[in-house]
Design a protein around this ligand. Structure first.
Ligand SMILES: Cc1ncc(COP(=O)(O)O)c(C=O)c1O
Length: 399
């Protein structure tokens, strides 16, 4: 009988039956390795996770309460209620240079589920998914759950900026590659693809018949313009493109678990089936609130971006006074991903910072190739006073 790894259950145990190798091989999240040292400790300033400290705005919460009070508690459309799909199609068609038809829109259980559905749709066991790193670790885990290889291609770092080497990306693809995964704007680096890079990657995927899965959950957290360059600006409706997105970040709705996936219209029925067999749809009464977020939420999104900009500037000013730290403020997303000179083990450093300074950061090693060494990630979508206090504390350890 196979032994369940201690880390999965907390104590050694026997398995009643076999489980898939891809599941038992799942690695524990390194961020959780740090956060478990002090989760919920009021003395620790938690900047380790990817969310803001702002609750979902009242007008969105109210819309969900009203839907509940109307009795919208029954099973509903697996791909989302038509008014939400329509609102998403309108929103995206207004935001980007090309229209997005309702038939391409599926509502999902936030960005994570959109990514998982895309992986289920495209990856067989033994395939590979080529992924640009440093990257939020869940995306690679989703590929591995499918029994596929998550093949990492690290961004280069030039004069403090992150850069994608397209030749390296394309050279990493072979006959077993079914998917290229890019997250732009990126968690953790804030790296943003240029329009030219997007065009080149899309062309490559067209020619090689490879799916392109674009994770655009930070599309609206940009410090210039209204949205980051998107593959939706360029793609034809039938291109091999899947775009995952979410209400979590720009509308402060992380706990709601509502997002969407854009796919070629021809995949619609299959996606409906897949949703049916995963979660059977997003809670009915949340969906009218998501419509409200889209229709009335633009002032809130602007406030959120301004709050993040302030947070970024506070963090950048403090990091600039720390001689061991190398950091270039990002143009997008809400993370400072900075490097501390002379550090080889980011996990050990993050643990030291939480115990000695009471600040919760994520270790660079959590984000795959390119994030190893002395990188740390700090989420600055937080109150300015809290960030200033955290930075003062941080100076005691790495100043
Ligand atoms: C790059 C990236 N993609 C997707 C997600 C998923 O977010 P959610 O499932 O809350 O929509 C996150 C969350 O941190 C993220 O950072």
């Amino acid at each position: 009988m196979k032994q369940i790894p201690t880390r999965l259950l907390g104590k050694p145990s026997q398995l009643a039956g076999p489980i898939r190798a891809a599941i038992s091989a799942l690695e524990p999240q390194l961020i959780a390795d740090v956060s478990k040292l002090a989760l919920g400790d009021p003395k620790v300033i938690p900047l380790w996770f990817g969310e803001s400290d702002v609750a979902t705005p009242e007008f969105i919460r109210r819309a969900a309460k009203e839907a509940l009070d109307r009795g919208e508690t029954f099973y509903t459309h697996t791909r989302g209620i038509p008014p939400l799909r329509e609102a998403l199609a309108d929103y995206l068609s207004g935001l980007y240079q090309r229209p997005v038809a309702l038939e391409r829109v599926s509502v999902t259980t936030a960005g994570m589920n959109a990514i998982m559905l895309a992986m289920q749709l495209t990856l067989e066991a033994g395939d590979n998914a080529v992924m640009v790193t440093p990257l939020w670790p869940n995306a690679a885990a989703a590929a591995r759950i499918m029994g596929a290889e998550a093949r990492e291609v690290a961004l280069a770092r030039e004069q403090g900026r992150w850069r994608l080497d397209l030749d390296k990306l394309f050279a990493a693809c072979d006959k077993g590659t079914r998917l290229i995964f890019v997250n732009s704007p990126s968690n953790p680096t804030g790296w943003m693809m240029t329009r030219e890079e997007q065009r080149a990657v899309l062309d490559f995927c067209r020619q090689r018949n490879i799916w392109l899965l674009a994770d655009e959950v930070y599309a609206r957290i940009v410090y210039q313009g209204r949205a980051a360059p998107s593959f939706l600006d360029l793609a034809e409706p039938e291109d091999p493109l899947l775009v995952a997105n979410s209400f979590s970040k720009a509308w402060a709705m992380t706990g709601w678990r509502v997002g969407w996936l854009i796919a070629p219209a021809a995949l619609g029925d299959l996606l409906g089936e897949l949703v049916q067999h995963n979660v059977s749809g997003v809670p009915t009464f949340l969906q009218p609130a998501a419509v409200t977020a889209l229709k009335e939420g633009e002032p809130f999104v602007r406030e959120m971006v301004e709050r993040c900009r302030r947070g970024r500037d506070i963090v950048a000013d403090h990091l600039a006074t720390m001689p061991r730290v190398r950091f270039t403020p990002p143009d997008a997303a809400f993370y400072a991903f900075f490097e501390v000179d002379g550090v080889a083990d980011s996990l050990a450093l993050a643990k030291r910072i939480v115990t000695e300074a009471g600040v919760g950061l994520a270790p660079g090693a959590a984000f795959g190739k390119g994030g190893e060494g002395g990188f740390l990630r700090l989420c600055f979508a937080q109150a300015p006073e809290l960030l200033a206090r955290a930075m003062e504390r941080l100076k005691r350890v790495i100043g």
